[in-house]
Design a protein around this ligand. Sequence first.
Ligand SMILES: Nc1nc2c(c(=O)[nH]1)N[C@H]1C(S)=C(S)[C@@H](COP(=O)(O)O)O[C@H]1N2
Ligand SMILES: [Mo]
Length: 350
Amino acid sequence: MNRRKLLKHLLQTSGGLVAVSLIGGCQSRTIEPLFLLSLLNPETPLPDHLITPLDEFYVQSYALPSTVKADKWQLKIKGAVEKPLTLTLENVLQAPQEDFHLTMECIGNPAGGNLIGNALWTGTPLLPFLRQANVRSDVQEFALKGADWYETTLPVADIMRADVRLVHQMNKEPLTAAHGYPMRLIVPGHYGQKQPKWIVEIEAITKPKTGFWENQGWSNTAEIPTHALMRQVQDTRVWNRQHQVNVSRDGESGWQKGILLAGVALDRSSSIQTIEVSTDNGISWSRANQNRPNSPHEWTLWRYLWKPQQPGNYTLLARATSDRQQQPLEDSNGKDGSSGILNIQVTLQT
Ligand SMILES: Nc1nc2c(c(=O)[nH]1)N[C@H]1C(S)=C(S)[C@@H](COP(=O)(O)O)O[C@H]1N2
Ligand SMILES: [Mo]
């Protein structure tokens, strides 16, 4: 699609409607099954990318999705800048577009939770626009605001990077209303709360400030720790911490045939080197098979074929090691995001 067509297409799309469930004014939609890993045959190579389909991608918004009209949409770059700027959709679409894979996860996602998804995003770097606005040297942070009055902040160094982009497509489709139509900002390395949807304002500020979730105690840096998520025990999808799974001995999915464990791993900035699985509550560890995405911002896929010898109770753990760190055994402060190890109790029946 050329840019003119793209603009027309975007202007015609109202931003697809989604089913909304309102719980205490907070819109949060999680869909099962999240994880359609067709990895049951360990002989088939792991795919390079596992993309979460749009209708399965989690939605986390503190209020109803904002209804922004593309032809009315504007992004103001203001505050402590020499030349304040107002961008239209056309301005953004006329700039060079880039496709990139990135996994988005909510800081509130518990170990093994499903507030996580991976997409192919399309957008353009924000940096040239910031340069155009000529950010003053005493600026410390940017306050990023959505049309729903959502606000979050990040230091200058985190925002004035070539890989921070204004994004208008997700999996090659215009963003849906729920995911920020017509435009959101994506700041790699950070949890979802630093990815403002329906972005309408970027304010350069000279004093640090905290945003909506950060004011409620959530981490203000919100950087993604090295962590692994285990998502599959045979055909049983595993969602919760301390999940209890029963597996019979015989039959098509009986444990005698082996049990396939699979999942993902992610870090804020560096590649995942290894994923290890323990089936004896951390006494011994075995390397899982994994793929190696080009970008550290896309989840690494892993799987491990467990061949139990005896019935009984087992505790399964998975841990990731990135270039930066090995995932700690204990869960850290939940308000910094869950870096803890998912703990799955499995009973293998006699
Ligand atoms: N404008 C706006 N942006 C927002 C939010 C919001 O409520 N309003 N929620 C944030 C949170 S907490 C997360 S986890 C991600 C979720 O993005 P998604 O709904 O596209 O998955 O959006 C972030 N950006
Ligand atoms: Mo979030």
